[in-house]
Write a protein that binds this ligand. Structure first.
Ligand SMILES: CC(C)(COP(=O)(O)OP(=O)(O)OC[C@H]1O[C@@H](n2cnc3c(N)ncnc32)[C@H](O)[C@@H]1OP(=O)(O)O)[C@@H](O)C(=O)NCCC(=O)NCCS
Length: 384
């Protein structure tokens, strides 16, 4: 295997885009390629994620993006793994580059849903659960994660301020991120007085529906030779799956796919949780952040929920989590999310995270979940 690097990364501002998903994908791809010092002709494969392209009447968007980049002959494919789509695409790019099949790959995720109302967007998203068993019986993602939060509350009773502190932390970070959907801080009063969406989850426990696009360029060390940015060496690219249906799981106190992907990633990187300086984890709902940092091995079961309130995971804490604002406040344009986590690592490594710098940027981990954990990707990065 060859050493594979992320050499360029770009994101637009999440929220509501004037561009179509395809236009936004092309724009961020060009920006990522430009930053990398490579040229479009250097790209050997384009991996695209665009789960809900169908909501824009557009599938098979890869060739259209490549056409816009002036490389219509380059192969492309669309990778779908629900909310973990673009991290799955990154894994495929890593395999191709590290395996020596291509020298450089473009990974781009894009989503546009703002033309849909909440009911329509919720219904589209819910098809990523098990349609006959969950979706058709009324399950939605706020409802399913509300179930996880109830199970966690029953096993490890905690006051609402603990989940509230996760939302407050992530909004504070997003307020310093020009890519973020919600660039505003919230107070504990705002959190506690927000309406219940799916008990016990409140409005500020939930990620929003966001449009957005993000792209990275992955290239072989020997192909790049002299990088023009500080590259992210991909030390681990691990994926896992687990039983999709929550009713069939042995317990609801964690996501098995996170545990498996995390353990694989640490084995690949020859690292342990203590070696990680900061991370971006999948906080589609605040409870998901608490559970993720436990499943990844950073906190014992039942204690991850306290980490934000105790100041451990805040931006200048011992282990910053979601310095970008996370899905909660940076936003969650499903197919762009996994790659946008890597954009945050790229900006932190390259001194571009102005005003939201974390104290140590030697190593970073990204964690991206599909639906309620049917799929998961974990990546670990370090400097050269
Ligand atoms: C929480 C949720 C139900 C709110 O939807 P809604 O009640 O229809 O809200 P609206 O879109 O009408 O927005 C009303 C206001 O709340 C804000 N808002 C919406 N969602 C928000 C969120 N998650 N966090 C904070 N504010 C939010 C809007 O910006 C708007 O503010 P404004 O009045 O100042 O403009 C919706 O955002 C949701 O379902 N989120 C989860 C998405 C999801 O499941 N993703 C997949 C995860 S696996």
């Amino acid at each position: 295997m060859r050493e594979a690097w992320v050499v360029g990364a770009a994101s637009n501002r999440f929220g509501k885009m004037a561009d179509t998903g395809r236009e936004a994908a092309t724009r961020v791809s060009l920006a990522a390629i430009e930053k990398s010092g490579l040229e479009p002709k250097d790209i050997g494969y384009t991996f695209v994620s665009n789960c809900f392209g169908i909501a824009e009447h557009q599938a098979h968007v890869g060739p259209l993006i490549n056409g816009g980049l002036g490389i219509p002959d380059v192969p492309s494919c669309t990778v779908e793994s629900a909310c973990a789509s673009s991290s799955a695409a990154l894994h495929e790019a890593f395999v191709q580059v590290a395996g020596g099949f291509i020298d450089a790959a473009l990974v781009v995720g894009s989503e546009k849903l703002s033309h849909l109302d909440t009911l329509a967007a919720t219904s589209y998203f819910a098809i990523a659960a098990d349609y006959p068993f969950e979706t058709r019986n009324g399950a939605t993602f706020p409802g399913l994660y509300g179930t996880l939060a109830s199970a966690y509350q029953a096993a490890f009773p905690h006051p609402p301020e603990m989940l509230g502190a996760i939302a407050i932390k992530n909004h504070a970070n997003a307020a310093r991120n020009p890519h973020a959907h919600f660039q505003r801080e919230i107070s504990m009063d705002t959190y506690l007085s927000s309406p219940i969406i799916a008990s016990p989850l409140r409005l500020y426990d939930c990620c929003p529906f966001s449009d957005g696009a993000a792209a990275v360029v992955v290239a072989a060390k020997e192909f790049v030779k002299k990088p023009v940015t500080e590259p992210l060496v991909i030390r681990a690219s691990a994926r896992a799956g687990s039983i999709t249906d929550m009713q069939d799981r042995p317990d609801l106190l964690g996501l098995p796919a996170t545990k498996i992907a995390g353990a694989k990633a640490f084995r690949q990187a020859h690292m342990e949780p203590k070696d990680i300086d900061f991370m971006e984890v999948h906080d589609c709902f605040t409870i998901a952040e608490a559970v993720a940092i436990e499943d990844l091995g950073f906190f014992p079961k039942g204690t991850g929920v306290k980490a934000a309130l105790e100041g451990v995971t805040v931006r200048d804490g011992r282990l910053p989590v979601n310095s970008s604002g996370g899905l909660k406040a940076k936003g969650h344009p499903v197919s762009a999310t996994g790659v946008s986590q890597v954009v945050e690592v790229f900006e932190q490594f390259n001194g571009l995270a102005h005003g939201r710098e974390v104290p140590k940027t030697g190593t970073a981990l990204t964690h991206n979940v599909g639906a309620t954990g049917g799929s998961c990707s974990v990546h670990i990065f370090s400097h050269r």
